[in-house]
Design a protein around this ligand. Structure first.
Ligand SMILES: Nc1ncnc2c1ncn2[C@@H]1O[C@H](COP(=O)(O)OP(=O)(O)OP(=O)(O)O)[C@@H](O)[C@H]1O
Length: 243
């Protein structure tokens, strides 16, 4: 579905992405793990059309996207802080993408209500974004993205601002809904647990170079992910409590 080949990007003297290539088949959720500043956001911006690469190509089903403006790429890019219209209700925020495509109002009402129910937002439909919690706002933002059925969903640390419990329930909801809608998604995170929870395939971005892993075991075994260390830590804790 998505093919990225030999992508490179520099800002001044700094190389941010370096000969980066990967394929993302339809229906997969690629989790890219990386430390702060490794180029995660730059990669998503290039895919979304908000930044131009210096070299390489981004193709969807064989066609290059590079000459297309963001709004014609059928890609939705979700940030940590959801972008919502503050003066519209939750319902109208989600309906927006259908309204501008002149979808008839009976269909809009049905599709928005179905999606709000799926996202656990039916009771919030008449509220404005300022009256919602962070997790609810993130769900509305997710609804705005899903309603237009994009080809590809890009997520940039989407749950980073949420408390641990809300974060876990959002991860669960996100995984469920993305699978139900058979979405293809790429999300970046510095949290290995989040990557393992949501991803169906995995990558590690380090100084602009992406390593992709054929199997989850290879991802876990790569010492740069820190997962082995974390497992060892919890095993040590468990041993201590059994002593
Ligand atoms: N427009 C820009 N001009 C100059 N340098 C930039 C620009 N955008 C990003 N950079 C630099 O490129 C590097 C990678 O930035 P990027 O935002 O992609 O990292 P990141 O992995 O998303 O980090 P974080 O997890 O902290 O958001 C950083 O050193 C950053 O300072």
């Amino acid at each position: 579905m998505l093919q990225v080949t030999q992508l490179a990007k520099r800002f001044g003297a700094a190389t941010v992405l370096n000969d980066l290539s990967f394929d993302l088949p339809a229906g997969q959720i690629l989790a890219v793990l990386g430390r702060s500043g490794c180029g995660k956001t730059t990669l998503l911006k290039i895919l979304a059309g908000l930044e131009n690469p210096d070299a390489g190509d981004v193709r969807m089903d064989g066609n290059s996207l590079l000459h297309l403006p963001p709004e014609r790429r059928q890609i939705v890019y979700l940030y940590q802080e959801p972008l919502l219209f503050p003066h519209l209700t939750v319902f109208e925020n989600v309906a927006f993408g259908l309204r501008i495509r002149n979808v008839d109002s009976v269909t809009v009402t049905q599709r928005v209500n179905d999606l709000l129910a799926e996202l656990g937002l039916s009771d919030q439909a008449k509220k404005q974004p300022g009256q919602l919690s962070g997790g609810q706002r993130q769900r509305v933002s997710f609804g705005r993205a899903l309603i237009i059925q994009p080809r590809l969903l890009l997520l940039d640390e989407p749950f980073g601002n949420l408390d641990a419990q809300t974060r876990a329930s959002m991860q669960e909801l996100f995984s469920r809904v993305v699978r139900q809608h058979k979405m293809t998604a790429l999300f970046v995170t510095h949290d290995s647990r989040e990557a393992l929870t949501i991803g169906t395939s995995f990558g590690y971005l380090d100084r602009g170079m992406l390593t992709t892993f054929a199997a989850v075991g290879d991802f876990i075994a790569d010492p740069r992910t820190g997962i082995r260390e974390e497992l060892a830590f919890w095993e040590a804790v468990q041993e201590k409590t059994l002593e």
